[in-house]
Each structure stands twice: as structure tokens, then as C-alpha cells.
Design a protein around this ligand. Structure first.
Ligand code: ZN
Ligand code: ZN
Length: 360
């Protein structure tokens, strides 16, 4: 945690900010270790505070020993009052805040409390930028979440029958993940059968899985706050030749993108490796979403692997980034196929962390 806070301080120094108020739950957890649902951090040059209420007095002391607790008591000592107190003690006259995460109401309360004593300065992506490069502790949690996910797919997929509904399949997966130590599913599991497979984020319902149809299963286990993300497309019974042809295009697109992953390649270039392959096969209009996204304390975080407008650029990948690669082809009157794996960018190239077998 020390190193994470030190890296934040370096980023603050670059923006000439003496302190920042952090409220986004994942950013708060990343910096302090605090996993509770309510709280803020104030990180200054030499001091770091956690602001939470009596429900989390013991937990915050335990999880965040490097942060001094300032207890929120409502009414009387609300978050803005404590922020004002800290700024006064440390002589802070410019305080960064997370523009993407603070509500307008919170902002006006803090601004009112600070008055003329300190200026609130919007920041964007300060902590998110740090989180893109995973450290050893994070990688260990991700590997464990991914291993559970892989194991569950391989255990549950052979048990699926045509008369199971999408919801039943999703529950079998969720239950198996919990049984293997996941704290929960890392997002609402997607099981889309037949025409529902053409909807990338379909919510499972009463549709039976059926035979000879595409079934997209998108799932992940949550371990120590870290999210796995895996998609496999399967068929119960014999897949037809159309399925095989489209499956091979998606799989080849995924392979091409993964083969290109190395430090220095730009995110949009990785996207193009897969997208161009799908377009060349005649399915360019059937792949509407980005190729991938970072995973970590959030299911969707940086880097974003997607196309850019002509003339624009994206960020270069760096060793330590962890991203999904998930090309898909979706055809409304037929179904859909998506294949998704999680890939770590290494010093020399990449390592595919997902190991789940690809059925077809
Ligand atoms: Zn997914
Ligand atoms: Zn994903």
C-alpha cells in the first residue's frame, strides 16, 4: 500500500496538488486496503486520512493501518467538516477531487465547507491510471479469480442439458464459483442461448439452452475484490457448418490480437488486429463493441482496447497491464459467438491467464 500511495503522491506533485480527496470505492480500496462500503480518503504529501463512520471503526483500523482515522458523525462531523478540518491543519489551499466520481451535491457541500480557505480542483483518472499496472499482490488475486472461473466453466459446461434454462445455467455457474471460494460472481453472469446470444449483454431468462444453437456464457469469479472475466461459446449437440465457420473467424481474430500484445503496441492497434480480420471475413458490421478492457478491482477499467477516430491515438500497452480480449460476431436472426480471455502484458510480450478449454 505504501508504494501505491507514494505513486499517487508523485502524480499529485506533477499536477502541483498538495492533496486529493478520494471517494471512488475501488480507488479507496486500492490505496488504503479498506474494503468497506462507506468512506473517503484524504491523501496529502506526508499524511493520509481515512474518513468513515463508527460501523467501520475496527475494520478500517485493521485494513488501513497506514491511514489515520477521522470518524464521520452525522450530523455534526460530516465528511465536508472533516475535510475542512484536515485542510486547515495541514495548510492545504488546493484540494483535488475525483471529477468522475463525486456527485454535484457532495461537491457543493465540500465547497461550502471549505469556503475561501481552499480551492477544489477537478482531477480525472489519477488513481485509475496507477491501477492499470498491476502489482504482485493484485496479480495473485487475479490469477486465483481466473483459475476458479476456468475450473468452474470446465466443471459446469459438460453438465449443461438442452432443457436447462439460461437462468438455471447461470445459477449452476454462480453456485460452483462460490463453492470454490469466490466471494461472489464478479458481474451478473450472462447466458444467452439461440437468438439471445446475438445480444452481447443478455440477461439470462427462461429460454431453454436447446440443441444445436449458439450459447454465449460470460462469467467471472470475484476474489479479494479482483474480477475474472471469461466468455466461451458452446453448442449442445452437433454444431452446424455456419457455427463452425463463424466460430473459426472469431477464434482467429482473438488469436491475432493476442499475438500482437506486447509493451509499446497501442490499444487501438490491438483492436484492429481482431477487427480487421472479422471485417475481411465479411462480418465487420456484426462486431459493435470494443475488443477488450482492463480488469482488476473493477470489472471494466483501463486500458480500453478499442478503435479510435481517424487521426486520434490511444494509449500504448505497458508491462503489468491486464486486459481482456473478446471479439464477437452477433447476427440478430441467428445468434452470436464471443470468445474472451484475460491477458497479462509482460516485459517480453504477453501471458494468457485464462486457461479454460475452448469447446466447439
Ligand atoms: Zn466477459
Ligand atoms: Zn469482458
Amino acid at each position: 500500500m505504501h508504494q501505491r500511495v507514494d505513486r499517487l503522491r508523485a502524480a499529485l506533485a506533477e499536477q502541483d496538488l498538495p492533496a486529493v480527496l478520494v471517494g471512488a470505492p475501488s480507488n479507496r480500496r486500492y490505496l488504503s486496503g479498506f474494503s468497506g462500503s462507506y468512506g473517503w480518503l484524504v491523501v496529502a504529501n506526508t499524511d493520509a486520512f481515512i474518513l468513515t463512520d463508527s460501523r467501520y471503526r475496527l475494520q478500517s483500523a485493521n485494513e488501513s493501518p497506514d491511514f489515520s482515522l477521522r470518524e464521520i458523525v452525522n450530523p455534526g462531523r460530516a465528511m465536508p467538516d472533516l475535510v475542512k478540518e484536515i485542510c486547515g491543519e495541514l495548510g492545504i489551499n488546493r484540494l483535488g477531487f475525483e471529477a468522475s466520481h463525486m456527485s454535484v451535491a457532495e461537491h457543493s457541500r465540500v465547497a461550502a465547507a471549505l469556503g475561501d480557505a481552499a480551492e477544489l480542483v477537478p482531477t480525472e483518472g489519477l488513481v485509475e491510471g496507477l491501477r492499470e499496472i498491476k502489482d504482485a499482490v493484485e496479480l495473485a488475486a487475479l490469477r486465483q479469480a481466473i483459475a476458479i472461473t476456468d475450473e468452474v466453466f470446465e466443471a459446469v459446461a459438460p453438465q449443461l442439458r438442452p432443457d436447462h434454462t439460461e437462468s438455471e445455467a447461470a445459477w449452476m455457474i454462480e453456485k460452483a464459483m462460490r463453492e470454490r471460494g469466490a466471494s461472489s460472481a464478479s458481474f451478473s453472469i450472462i447466458v444467452g442461448a439461440g437468438l439471445n446470444a446475438a445480444r452481447p449483454h443478455h440477461h439470462p431468462g427462461d429460454e431453454p439452452l436447446g440443441e444445436g444453437r449458439t450459447i454465449v456464457i460470460d462469467m467471472g469469479a470475484l476474489v479479494d475484490g479482483y474480477h475474472a472475466d471469461l466468455t466461451r461459446t458452446v453448442v449442445l449437440g452437433e454444431p452446424d457448418s455456419r457455427f463452425r465457420a463463424i466460430y473459426d473467424i472469431v477464434l482467429e481474430a482473438e488469436k491475432k490480437a493476442i499475438a500482437g500484445i506486447r509493451p509499446g503496441i497501442f490499444a487501438h492497434e490491438v483492436d484492429a488486429l481482431a477487427r480487421d480480420h472479422i471485417a475481411a471475413a465479411g462480418y465487420g458490421d456484426c462486431f459493435g463493441h470494443g475488443l477488450g478492457h482492463g480488469v482488476g478491482l473493477d470489472i471494466h477499467e483501463g486500458p480500453s482496447i478499442r478503435w479510435v477516430q481517424p487521426g486520434a491515438t490511444s494509449q500504448p500497452l505497458q508491462a503489468g497491464m491486464v486486459t481482456t480480449i473478446e471479439p464477437g460476431i452477433y447476427i440478430p436472426d441467428w445468434g452470436g459467438i464471443r470468445i474472451e480471455d484475460v491477458v497479462l502484458v509482460t516485459e517480453n510480450g504477453h501471458e494468457v491467464l485464462s486457461k479454460a478449454v475452448k469447446l466447439r
